[in-house]
Design a binder for this molecule. Sequence first.
Ligand SMILES: [Fe+2]
Length: 642
Amino acid sequence: MNPKNFIKECARLDKVVPMVTVVANKEILNDLSIQNLPEQTLVHCSIVNANRDKKIFINPDQFNPQRLDLNKILVWNGLEEDILNSDETKRPIRYCPGHDLSLDVIQYVVEQFLPIPNMKLNICEYQLIKYHRLDNYTKLVMRLMNIAVEQATRYPARAIDMCQPKYKNKLGMIRLPIGKSIPSWDEDFPRGATVFRRFVRWLMNKNLWQFSDDLFEFDSIEQAIQWRLKMFSSLAAPNVIFHDVDSDKTMTQLAFSGCACHYTCRLEKPIDELPQAIYVNDMTCLARFNVRKPFERYGAAAYFDENCRPIAIYWSHACRLVKRGEQFWEHVKFVWRSSCFAYITICDHLLVTHMIETNTLVSTTRQHLPHHHRLRAFLKPFTYHTITINHQASISLINQFGLVHRTWAFNYDEYLKLNDYILMNYRFRLLPDYLSTTMSPKANHKTADEWDRIYPIYHDLNSFWKIVRNYVKCFFEINYSSIVSLDEQLPDDVYLRDFANELAKQLGIEKLISLNDLIDVLTQLIACSIGFHELVGQSSDYLLDPRFIGMKLEENKQIQNVQTYSQALILSVVTSLRMPNLFDNWTHLIGHDEFYLNNLHNYENFKRDLEELSQEIDSRNKIRNYPFESFNPKFMDCSTSA
Ligand SMILES: [Fe+2]
């Protein structure tokens, strides 16, 4: 149900301001059609009666938030449909400026206290039953999750705690089964994990724990949500709430405003079988990889019409196209949503963001720039704790029999092949190039504002990119005073050149010659750590309801079972433990030398630009088809969390 409509229907039946008094002028007298009423007469108007007028509303005394005449209400000092008019000049002159805000505030407050309907079970009793049926590994990681949350709550990450770069000869590089090398010694966590943590990690990775896919289910959706609320109360607050998670509308939201929206593109050629298809979001590549029995393969491609409505889905497991309304429609929607989430998490989040780009940034910075180098201090906030995060992920999450292996249904050798496939197909790109050229306003015959309502990432990603790039560019202009043009070769700084060569080598970049090239590469690595990571790593939005996303696909099922939902929630909680907020203050890292004031000024401009972008996104979200927060700086950390 649409929560805004629910609030409006409440307001229609029980208006806060029941009556207004107006001074009648000629126009009002004409409207009222009352004879012999002199001008300047005070007229008392009952808004309560107007909102229950039988000539306007069907069954006006009935509470019906889905009524088609709902926007005929008079509540916010004007006719609702006029207030919603996209043409501002046609809105009522004095409608309530708090119209949007009041709806948002009411919705937020209600959601905090929303009761779970039809909850008849004794919570403790069923919790105990479900908990005892979980495998021991899942129970163990649930306990570890609670310890990690408790520590993160007690000692939240703060920018002020970021230490100055330190000298270290070796970073303890280790080689992972997925073919990447990562450092293990972190100047931000020099003593490493406590003895207790190391013991627990050793215990987790012992072959003591049965590897099993248990299929027992929740008795009802209400029970599943109670399970999540009680057992995973530390799940991060969502940035965006998806309503009616299994509806066709939510498919549109996920494809155009959700974590998979950077994979949506216009079709190059019409499809004979689907002449109305204009857009596609293709996740069929996952079908190449085998899964454990009795699960279905992942992989699906969703097609959308000109109005972004889903019209058909190609279902890889059954090798068939299912059109809207046909048999299996609900199931293939679940398959596509689940395939999107699997690909985004395994490819974009764990591999590209963590193991490739942030790993390259932190390892190259710390190995090839001396601790006193200004660039190293400049990059410090964006690499804070990254070595520890990536190292822990490699030995607890993406390892064999680790949480990722258990949560999704891939055989481990197939999971490694999936990693190989992603690594082989990885090409270093700048963030604006993540979006298809077919997804610009011009390519879709829309103005920038029209397109922003439909595909908000286009504006937000590009705006964010420009701010970060300007910050990096200004750093070089300030600290390398000999620069005449950014198109010149790199400055005569042996450390900087060595650093740039290593970046190019690790990222497979052919051309990293000019300062402009280096600025682009560094901007990408920073933007990936803080912005792209928010898009692909903010998982709690997708796990509030087990009917939204499935980690494993079962025949004819559109809801997660107890074990898989629990493992997915654990993964979400442990990957949501925060780093310092992007708006925290890290000016103590700026060196007190001749460039100090200019560097400080650059830092302040950066923060101001981010604040302005955040306010602009808040404002744009009021009129977008669906809110989009993935590049809203107010939600970002300054470095990648797990
Ligand atoms: Fe992460």
